[in-house]
Write a protein that binds this ligand. Structure first.
Ligand code: CO8
Length: 258
């Protein structure tokens, strides 16, 4: 597939996807979402890749769904899945970790896209918001569901109802982002985190992602049971033997993803 709305590159064992519609502040359209879904799947299948980074420009991660397309959409256009919400859920099926490196605006669908990632590293100039209400629509890809889980009902209501933006400091305080870094260090820090993850045993990485995500889908006791079964299964892996032996032998592990 030839990509036009995104840029795709690899940095060692890290796959980097950059949203690339600068004139529209990376507004999400069908083409971009199709390309993004394709690129994510390719990295997920690629045995050389251990972690994926999703980023935008210094001015915008993504300023939301493309309003020029939505303005004339009918209910049936939206319902029939012709709109950018198609391909959305399969982003959740990606098994390798996806880190969002967010600078500038992450608004509407852009904020929702960042929240679909496994964690968010924000530049100091990042601004998060769900301003759909100003357009007389509502968040359509999880904003009203993931935001309360990430930052509390009160703050989610505040953001979705007033459309105010949250800066990086508030976003970190509220738990939306894992860390805030200077703008000029955003990619360096994110790639360092991604490279660290990509150096671990991939099956174990995927088990942790799966297990943490389970916390959002089930009760605490079910989730703990799920985690326990995952924990037991790590002892069936060669990498667990290598990881523990290497510690005892005071050397670096050589994981083989087995
Ligand atoms: N859609 C289309 N074009 C956009 C969008 C957008 N969401 N955001 C910005 N642009 C365009 C502008 O129209 C402008 O184009 P042009 O130069 O041709 O006039 C260009 O990007 C630059 O934008 P501005 O001149 O407005 O730049 P400013 O720095 O003055 O302002 C803002 C930046 C504050 C980000 C401003 O552009 C803005 O408010 N944008 C809209 C934000 C918004 O409302 N987002 C929510 C959209 S609705 C949504 O996301 C629903 C999600 C549901 C499902 C999602 C599935 C993917």
């Amino acid at each position: 597939m030839n990509y036009e709305a995104i840029l795709v590159e690899t940095k060692g064992k890290v796959g980097v996807i950059t949203l690339n519609r600068p004139k529209a502040l990376n507004a999400l359209n069908d083409q971009l979402m199709d390309e993004l879904g394709h690129a994510l799947n390719e990295f997920d299948k690629n045995e050389q890749i251990g972690c994926i980074v999703l980023t935008g420009s210094e001015k915008a991660f993504a300023a939301g769904a493309d309003i020029t397309l939505m303005v004339n959409y009918t209910y049936m256009d939206a319902f029939n899945g012709n709109y950018v919400t198609r391909n959305w859920e399969h982003i959740r099926q990606i098994r390798k970790p996806v880190i969002a490196a967010v600078a500038g605006y992450a608004l509407g669908g852009g904020c929702e896209l960042a929240m679909m990632c496994d964690f968010i590293i924000a530049a100091e100039n990042a601004k998060f918001g769900q301003p759909e209400i100003k357009l007389a629509t509502i968040p359509g890809c999880g904003g009203t569901q993931r935001l309360p889980r990430a930052i509390s009902k009160s703050k989610a209501m505040d953001m979705c109802l007033t459309a105010r933006m949250m800066d990086a400091v508030e976003a970190e305080r509220a738990g939306l982002v894992s860390r805030v870094v200077p703008l000029d260090k955003l990619m360096e820090e994110t790639l360092a985190a991604a490279t660290t993850i990509a150096g671990m045993s991939l099956p174990i990485v995927m088990m942790i992602k799966d297990s943490v995500n389970r916390a959002y889908e089930t009760t605490l006791s079910e989730g703990v049971q799920y985690e326990r079964r995952m924990f037991y299964s790590t002892f069936a892996s060669e990498d667990q033997k290598e990881g523990m032996k290497s510690f005892l032998e005071k050397r670096l592990p050589n994981f083989r993803n087995l």
